[in-house]
Design a protein. Sequence first.
Length: 302
Amino acid sequence: MRVAVSGSTGLIGAALVANLHADGHEVVRLVRPATKTVQPGDIRWDPQSGEIDQSGLEGTDAVVHLAGETISALRWTNDKRRRIRESRVRGTDLLARAIAGLSRKPEVLVCAGATGYYGDRGDEVLDEESPPGQGFLPGVSVEWEAASRPATETGIRVAIARLAPVIDARSPVVARMRLPVMLGLGGWFGSGRHYWPWVDLADVVGAIRLALARETLSGPVVVAAPETVTNREFVQTMARELRRPAILPIPSPILRAALGDFAREALLSSQRVVPRKLLDIGYEFRQPQLAPALRAALRPDD
């Protein structure tokens, strides 16, 4: 299988490319103009200017679109919000239109999405059929997913992987929380009763590989672990794995004052998501429980 991948140097992209190569598949990367390490067969594209080497996509059997501006930031400035939205919506629209216009279209397009689609929903159980929430991230997610329509309308199967925050030694959620917890300064956010979805990196790769292969899998697909935990449970589990205390909360007003809407929508929102489609088709999670997932990320030599 010949697979084109955007975002191939990111955490998920690099793991996926290695996994595909290990199974003997051919991978071609979509690279931006500023990319320094260009390889033979790379496909040039520039979502900001709307340019893409469409001919390079000819002959691909599948496309995986993972590129997008990170949402992590000290604060969301107007420029940061613009970059988050445009990188997702423009990039997806450009790629979907490019493959829709090919003489031999790929069979499937797998696009990254996010559980941020659901917004702050308290204890409500959420799956692929649940409507979007309110706020900046849900609004971006709705536009992001809609941008894949040109591919769907020409008969290409499209799967939207609504990704939970990823657990891995190099992932932002682990890397940024590890130091304060190690220093004994880690605490849950606000009341800590809000649900925090998560997923191990191996299961992100596994779910994408399944979406590439399973002809009946299309539309939104929640890619999150089946074990739902609150923010307090998440932080306390991390503290136990690091053998450190976590006994005091970080008050919500302090977080909102320091981080603004990023705190409200990314740190304090509640998303009790269930990977209904993956469970219904019998996907076996490599890491269904948080404690061993964090242990592997935090103490890989154990």
